[in-house]
Ligand binder design. Structure first.
Ligand SMILES: NC(=O)c1ccc[n+]([C@@H]2O[C@H](COP(=O)([O-])OP(=O)(O)OC[C@H]3O[C@@H](n4cnc5c(N)ncnc54)[C@H](OP(=O)(O)O)[C@@H]3O)[C@@H](O)[C@H]2O)c1
Length: 206
């Protein structure tokens, strides 16, 4: 059976952590390999606890706002893949500082959210492309938000977050148009009880 390979950003907690936990079921199959990336592997204890599985989980340091870190992570992943392809990339890492409106926001809030939620995923996919191209699946999943849907009309809230996720949606479209051999898609998880979603959210991470 061919090996199946996955890379997930922001795997230290929230939806990224939960995705790795679910993939752990896949890790019961020894032919699955997961790269769980996070900013601080030394403090990602919950993620580290998932390492002992029949399949392989590698924890890779990656800060999506730091191009040097993304390049280093990509090189580490290339080495570990040893010529194999990367089948699924989940650009999950994201931030929402909240409390901003179209006429009331700080430049740092907008630039931080654009850096993390749009530029980060763009660079992650760009630097991982050689490995993605070696796969016969080639799936890039960009974690968007329903809040970024103009048609859904969510009103004034989270203007900077929504701008960054709309940029991510457009990135996904452009990736698909530039590389019709890839499958770039956006995922929308619903309103989930994570640190970002808060305890009042509608659904559990699982
Ligand atoms: N929760 C929801 O209701 C909801 C709804 C729609 C979309 N989403 C999207 O789903 C994704 C995950 O959200 P979540 O609810 O799981 O959020 P979360 O609980 O706040 O977790 C965010 C994750 O992103 C990581 N991260 C943040 N900045 C990073 C950076 N610069 N480099 C690398 N990792 C970074 C965090 O790592 P650290 O532990 O190092 O901080 C953490 O692992 C996000 O893209 C979010 O926009 C969430």
């Amino acid at each position: 059976m061919p090996n199946t390979t996955w890379l997930i950003t922001g795997a230290s907690r929230g939806l990224g952590m939960e995705t790795v936990r679910r993939l752990r079921q896949l890790l019961q199959t020894p032919t699955n390999t997961v790269f769980g990336t996070c900013r601080s592997p030394s403090t990602a204890t919950e993620l580290a606890a998932l390492v002992s599985s029949p399949g392989t989980l590698y924890i890779v340091k990656l800060d999506v706002t730091d191009e040097v870190s993304i390049k280093a992570a990509a090189n580490e992943v290339f080495k570990l893949l040893n010529g194999a392809g990367l089948d699924y990339v989940l650009n999950n890492a994201g931030i929402n500082r909240g409390d901003d409106l179209a006429f009331n926001f700080t430049p740092s809030a907008l630039s931080d959210m654009m850096a993390t939620n749009a530029l980060g995923p763009a660079l992650v996919s760009r630097y991982l492309l050689p490995a993605i191209e070696r796969s016969d699946r080639r799936v890039i999943m960009n974690m968007t938000s329903r809040l970024a849907s103009i048609g859904s009309d969510y009103g004034t809230i989270d203007a900077c977050y929504c701008m960054s996720k709309i940029a991510l949606n457009m990135l996904t479209y452009k990736q698909a148009r530039q590389h019709p051999d890839l499958i770039p898609i956006v995922l929308e998880p619903g309103w989930v009880k994570t640190d970002m979603g808060g305890p009042g959210a509608e659904i559990e991470p699982a």
